[in-house]
Design a protein around this ligand. Structure first.
Ligand code: 4AD
Ligand code: MG
Length: 484
């Protein structure tokens, strides 16, 4: 007989108990009074209470029921008289599938700090918090596909290894098979000869799948990517990873307003889906956040609970302002007047995190879409706005700023006019000959088009309320850290 005869605990907890024979398999969270096992199998944040008949159970077996141990239990499902659960399993047979030394198991049944759990990331998904976080991450990933598939978008796989630097900004990780011991082939000028390298040219891990996504949008109309991207920036913050996942839709026949409408609908869809599918996980995370914030001074606490915040975001339209309006608001703000901002404010600056947070958390108290950024601070492919004042050129860019996170989406309408695009690339020293494949879309059947990138981990942070991005990806890659 096949081994997997179990019913998942999520299903068991929803059953009407009639004494039916039931088999469960899972890991012990706690074992109290030699009688009550709290068993969890990862299908739900809730544990199944298993009642052990200790008079009929050997001392040797009871000793092996320890936190972290893996058990197969058969028994009868009955109404529970204890508080907190509807059903419980009266164990008739317990088999230890895997022992767990209680002295050595790091996930003790007590509150651990997030730092400790990060160091034990290989086991932390067995805790309530990380069980909930990663089930929510799973739900959002599924909802991403559902949202776009329902709209007829094509899921498109941009390459991970690339010879182009999409953003012309981010630091990239090099990909090479050349030796690192100084014996790599050299050019006459002493530089490395990448013609001898695996791909016959210098290559990197991609910072974004957008440029290849644009090629596909010129064939399928609507596409989206969803994959890992890599940035070698030395940013040690609670919002930056060196390896993160990004969703990048790209749409033919979209202008910047269509783009904003889609991004807003998309974010609201992901939240609504998760609230419906993972209600218990979110209730747990809501409580967790309230507990965590008790340690903070009153003015640092969130004004809304987690679920309340999510409900608010799906019920209300995002605020839409231009960059120029954002600068006006900042210049008239109390923190600016009281010199509380660390960075200066004037037209032309890249908005700093403190400015974004003021706009979103203090001024509007809701997600904000900022459009029309200065051309000088944005990527080459963004469409130049017509009719700008000289010296105040802007592009059809959009960033979505979310409370507690800051920038969660970056996007734009693309420059589809060949001459304007080439002029911009030349001004920004982007080698047009290496990008002729990209320019071909502007030569052969160009059309107005737009797209954006949603940082997947920042979205998971927003939905789970986790303050550190390292806690929403299974194994974080950050400067000086690639453990596991
Ligand atoms: O604003 P970014 O750099 O935009 C792009 O990459 C465009 N190619 C997107 C497009 O138009 N198709 O990045 C997009 C989003 C950011 O808004 C942020 O949410 C996330 O990706 N992001 C990061 N997330 C985690 N760690 C990092 N180091 C990130 N850098 C960007
Ligand atoms: Mg950006």
């Amino acid at each position: 007989m096949a081994f997997n005869t179990r019913t998942k605990i999520k299903e068991v907890l929803a059953l009407e108990p009639t004494g039916q024979d039931t088999i469960v398999m899972g890991w012990v969270r706690t074992f109290r009074s030699n009688r009550f096992i709290a068993l969890n199998d990862g299908s739900t944040p809730n544990n199944l209470q298993v009642v052990v008949n200790y008079e009929n159970t050997s001392e040797a077996l009871l000793k092996r029921i320890t936190t972290g141990a893996c058990l197969k239990i058969s028994g009868q499902l009955v109404h529970s008289t204890g508080s907190g659960q509807k059903v419980e399993l009266q164990a008739s047979h317990i088999e230890v599938l895997g022992d767990s030394d209680a002295e050595k198991y790091p996930m003790q049944p007590k509150k651990h700090s997030l730092e400790f759990l990060r160091e034990n990331a290989h086991l932390r998904m067995r805790t309530q918090t990380f069980g909930a976080v990663f089930r929510v991450r799973n739900a959002i990933a599924y909802a991403v596909h559902q949202f776009f598939q329902q709209k007829g978008f094509v899921y498109w796989h941009s390459p991970i290894i690339t010879a182009s630097d999409a953003e012309g900004a981010g630091e990239m990780f090099k990909v090479t098979t050349l030796p690192l011991d100084g014996t790599a082939p050299k050019n006459d000028d002493g530089s490395i000869n990448f013609k001898e390298d695996f791909f016959g040219k210098a290559t990197n891990l991609t910072v974004s799948g957008q440029l290849e996504g644009e090629l596909a949008a010129m064939a399928f109309g609507d596409i989206y990517t969803f994959g890992p991207t890599f940035r070698a920036e030395n940013s040690n913050t609670t919002r930056h990873l060196a390896e993160f996942w990004m969703i990048e839709p790209e749409m033919a026949f979209y202008d910047i307003e269509d783009n904003q409408n889609l991004a807003e609908e998309f974010i609201q869809y992901l939240i609504r889906y998760t609230m419906a599918q993972n209600a218990e996980d979110l209730r747990f995370l809501d409580e967790r956040l309230k507990e965590e914030e008790k340690a903070l001074p009153q003015d640092k606490r969130s004004e809304m609970g987690l679920i309340e915040k999510l409900q608010f975001v799906v019920d209300n339209k995002f605020e839409r302002i231009t960059y120029t309006e954002a600068i006006e608001i900042l210049l008239n703000s109390t923190p600016y007047k009281k010199k509380k901002f660390q960075y200066d404010v004037q037209w032309g600056i890249d908005l700093q995190s403190e400015h974004e947070r003021f706009l979103v958390e203090k001024h509007f108290k809701k997600p904000v879409i900022v459009t029309g950024y200065p051309a000088a601070i944005k990527a080459f492919y963004m469409r130049l706005n017509d009719g700008c004042e000289p010296g105040r050129e802007t592009v059809a860019a959009m960033d979505i700023l979310a409370p507690g996170i800051g920038e969660i989406v970056g996007g734009s309408q693309r420059e589809e006019r060949y001459e304007k695009l080439v002029a911009r690339m030349e001004a920004m020293h982007i080698p047009t000959h290496e990008m002729s494949w990209y320019l071909d879309t502007r030569r052969f059947g160009a059309c107005p088009h737009a797209g954006f990138g949603l940082g997947f981990e920042r979205m998971v942070q927003f939905v789970t309320g986790m303050t550190n991005i390292r806690d929403v990806i299974p194994f974080a890659r950050t400067p000086k850290n690639a453990e596991f």
